[in-house]
Design a protein around this ligand. Structure first.
Ligand SMILES: [Zn+2]
Length: 468
């Protein structure tokens, strides 16, 4: 075992300085990953050695290795930074969500519906008491009246919007939803600015993406609002939305009608309007988190993904829960199925177009939504991002938050058996994951999956059945 003093001495010998807090005599785990091709947002570096001490990368390609380093000879393998899933539900299903993410190389995620149990989990992970990805946790979901979401915090007035922001004392960001009216969203934006916290979530059906971006909305989820914002008929279609009758007993019907207006909007797409929108999103530092993998499920016949073998890793109640969730959404007739496939295709192309204009695209899955799995679905989303027109390199940048692997950075690495730049599906061919310096090799990853499969069979308390 190496001590911190020895590691720091070795680093000084290299002429490198990396802070490694803690007592000098404390035992330090040192691992050298050798002979890999490193791929990150700075480029491709063949035959690289990465040295990790505790939870930090401390050197790349040093002349010597520190005393008693554990050496992993991984010649011929490829290393990318740990992946980030920017749209996840269900962190509180700890023994399911956390290991499935880690096994799949997801070393950080954004939880889109926060509550006390999840804030506590985030803090436990941060203190090193629980193994898991780094969590960034949203507030309770704030929505307007007639929300389709049971359990959302309803803000019907600007003052209620402000109060909801003030109440979110433990959240890392404020999550907004589809039914907020303009004045309430403005109040939320203003209160967020005062409190130095960002807001993110759905583009409200009552506010255009341009305006929500100007108000400071940091991310837009699920491609909602994008077809309208890029349609030459936006004004007319927005008037149609304003005139839609809303039956409070059936908010779903209204939401579905809005979505169909969005589908119609894709038929009057304007390239110049898209470019103007992109300029605005870029200027405001707003990003798109399209969650194509889950939108594909909602756009497909209900049974298309029902036999996914990965369902064995989810708690058994998910089988019914997912099937029931799709009942309100899935297309059934031949015509609906064709329309929905076309609608998805057009929205994906629009996302690719936004990327071409320099808008930041985030990798997010909406894990917890029907047939969208923690960890696994990240790799499906990477593939869909390339189908939308991103290069494998751009998709990887979206999935890794443009991280670079360099001394001083937290040690989150994914070792792959094949080159993801050649074929993005190679991100599924994971050999080893390093999460905050902890090495999860092939044997350990297999064991973790077996443990999840077992845990999934155990009963979960009813309050765990919460999603999306
Ligand atoms: Zn969601």
């Amino acid at each position: 075992m190496t001590t911190r003093r020895e590691v720091l001495g070795w680093l000084a010998g290299l002429g490198a300085a990396v802070a490694l807090p803690g007592r000098a005599e404390a035992a330090t785990n040192v691992t050298a990953v050798r002979g890999v091709t490193l791929i990150d947002s700075s480029g491709v570096r063949p035959n690289t050695t990465i040295v990790v001490a505790d939870n930090r990368i401390v050197a790349t390609n040093p002349k010597t290795l520190p005393p008693e380093a554990t050496t992993l000879n991984l010649h011929g393998k490829f290393v990318i930074p740990g992946l980030w899933d920017m749209h996840v539900h269900g962190a509180h299903l700890e023994r399911i969500t956390l290991p499935l993410c880690l096994v799949n190389g997801v070393t950080g995620f954004r939880e889109m519906w926060g509550f006390p149990q999840i804030y506590d989990l985030r803090d436990r992970i941060e203190r090193g008491e629980t193994a898991g990805p780094k969590l960034v946790v949203g507030s309770a979901i704030i929505d307007g009246p007639h929300s389709t979401l049971p359990g959302a915090t309803i803000a019907a007035t600007p003052e209620e919007g402000r109060q909801a922001v003030r109440d979110a004392t433990q959240a890392d960001f404020i999550k907004v939803y589809s039914y907020l009216d303009r004045q309430t969203l403005e109040a939320i934006a203003d209160e967020c600015e005062k409190r130095n916290i960002t807001f993110a979530g759905h583009c409200s059906n009552h506010v255009s993406m341009q305006d929500a971006s100007d108000l400071g909305q940091r991310t837009f989820e699920h491609m909602y609002g994008l077809p309208l914002a890029t349609s030459v008929k936006e004004t007319q279609l927005r008037q149609a939305i304003a005139q839609l009758p809303l039956d409070p007993a059936n908010p779903f019907a209204w939401f579905k009608q809005v979505l169909d207006i969005e589908r119609q909007a894709t038929l009057s797409h304007s390239r110049s309007k898209a470019e103007r929108l992109a300029n605005r999103l870029r200027r405001n530092n707003s990003a798109l988190c399209p969650t194509m993998v889950t939108m594909r499920v909602f756009s497909s016949p209900a049974d298309r993904f029902a036999n996914d073998p990965r369902i064995k890793y989810m708690p058994t109640f998910y089988r019914d829960f997912w099937r029931d969730s799709l009942k309100n959404w899935a297309p059934t007739t031949e015509q609906e199925i064709r329309q929905q496939a076309d609608f998805l295709q057009r929205r994906m192309e629009q996302t690719g177009e936004m990327h071409d204009h320099g808008v930041e695209i985030l990798l997010g899955t909406d894990a917890g939504s029907p047939y969208t799995f923690p960890g696994f679905s990240v790799h499906d989303e990477l593939e869909l991002l390339t189908e939308a027109g991103l290069s494998p390199k751009a998709a990887l940048n979206a999935g890794t938050q443009n991280t670079t692997i360099k001394p001083g950075a937290e040690a989150n690495l994914v070792v792959l058996d094949a080159n993801p730049l050649r074929d993005i599906r190679n991100t599924k061919r994971i050999h080893t994951v390093v999460a905050r310096g902890k090495v999860l090799g092939p044997q350990q990853r297999r064991q973790m999956l077996a443990d999840v499969e077992k845990a999934a069979q155990e009963p979960f308390p009813p309050q765990a059945r919460m999603c999306c």
